[in-house]
Write a protein that binds this ligand. Structure first.
Ligand SMILES: Nc1ncnc2c1ncn2[C@@H]1O[C@H](COP(=O)(O)OP(=O)(O)O)[C@@H](O)[C@H]1O
Ligand SMILES: [Mg+2]
Length: 309
């Protein structure tokens, strides 16, 4: 069975796309899983980070001939979206986004009716089956773009959220959990489960700050679940809702996108490449260690929550 994951946050620029990328790379390279990433953000940052120039040219051409506002619209109509393998990584695929979707998404607010939910999950599910995919990980836009968040909260089994320093990011976790539980519950009996927050962009020497922020996030998570329980919505979270793994500040991750086109995505080259400089090697070692640790912890949490060994 394919597991559907949503990477969510209300704030932009906190690391949703980076976390999606790290999860996808970690699960496919170190855990040997097959993973399909879905870029549902009209800003198309994940697409930019992971598609090669050839893929992108092909995607633009095919979206024109399709006359669809890209993958998202295709899914809503029960038609197959474009899927590309990520160059240089086995068992990692992406359904790309497109700037045209921005215009389309801004003009529509749609109810996630049962029909649409079925179409969405069904179409994604059949792609997952064909590619033998263990996980579908959806990178979501920060705002409540019409139907995107409602659909996402209904089709995902689990959500994870990046958190950075800064009060807004920490506080918003509470409202994020409540929103997703409420929306999911209003359409299905089964709520989307919050797997936890992942701290992003902390330097390796900020250990006491990391500890403090983890505690602050746990407080917010607890407060959200207390309120959900008082409303009669059952929900709980393990480990206080925060991952032990931190995706530390890393120069490689600052250059996830806006890089010149090459045959392999920048991050893939920097994950496996050989580098002469001491500093580059350190960045690479840190990235590999953070990504592997994230994948391990992520799978352990899913096993624990779902009770599957
Ligand atoms: N661990 C990290 N180290 C360095 N830069 C990071 C890290 N995580 C995110 N960034 C940078 O922060 C910016 C915002 O991240 P992004 O993943 O695009 O956020 P979002 O998808 O939430 O808008 C990007 O420029 C990205 O490269
Ligand atoms: Mg993003």
């Amino acid at each position: 069975m394919t597991v559907f994951i949503g990477v969510v946050a209300f704030k932009g620029g906190v690391g949703k796309t980076t976390l999606t990328t790290c999860l996808g790379l970690g699960l496919s390279t170190s855990s040997r899983r097959s993973v399909l990433l879905v870029d549902f953000d009209p800003q198309a940052n994940l697409t930019e980070a992971l598609l090669t120039q050839d893929n992108m040219v092909d995607a633009y051409r095919r979206s024109e001939s399709y006359n669809l506002a890209f993958s998202y619209e295709a899914l809503l109509q029960g038609r197959e979206p474009l899927v590309y393998p990520i160059s240089g990584v086995d068992n990692l695929y992406i359904i790309p986004s497109h700037p045209k979707y921005m215009l389309w998404a801004a003009q529509r607010v749609l109810e996630p009716t049962q029909d649409k939910i079925q179409l969405f999950r069904g179409t994604l599910g059949s792609i997952a089956e064909r590619f033998n995919v263990d996980y579908i990980i959806v990178d979501l836009p920060p705002q409540m773009y019409g139907i995107v968040v409602p659909i996402a909260s209904v089709i995902t089994d689990y959500i994870v959220s990046p958190v950075i320093k800064g009060a807004f990011s920490i506080e918003s976790v509470e409202y994020l959990i409540e929103t997703y539980y409420n929306v999911a519950r209003s359409y299905t009996k089964k709520p989307t489960i919050f797997l936890g927050a992942v701290l992003m962009k902390f330097s390796t020497i900020e250990t006491s700050l990391i500890g403090n922020v983890k505690m602050a996030v746990q407080k917010r998570v607890k407060s959200a679940f207390d309120r959900l329980r008082s409303l009669g919505i059952i929900g709980d979270v393990r480990h206080g809702g925060v991952f032990d793994t931190v995706i530390h500040y890393n120069r490689i991750l600052t250059k996830l996108r806006n890089m010149p086109w090459t045959r392999e995505p920048y991050i893939v080259r920097h994950l496996h490449g050989r580098f002469g400089g001491e500093r580059s090697r350190r960045d690479q070692k840190l990235l590999v260690s953070d990504i592997n640790s994230l994948a391990r912890e992520f799978e352990a949490r899913i096993r624990e929550v779902s009770g599957v060994e």
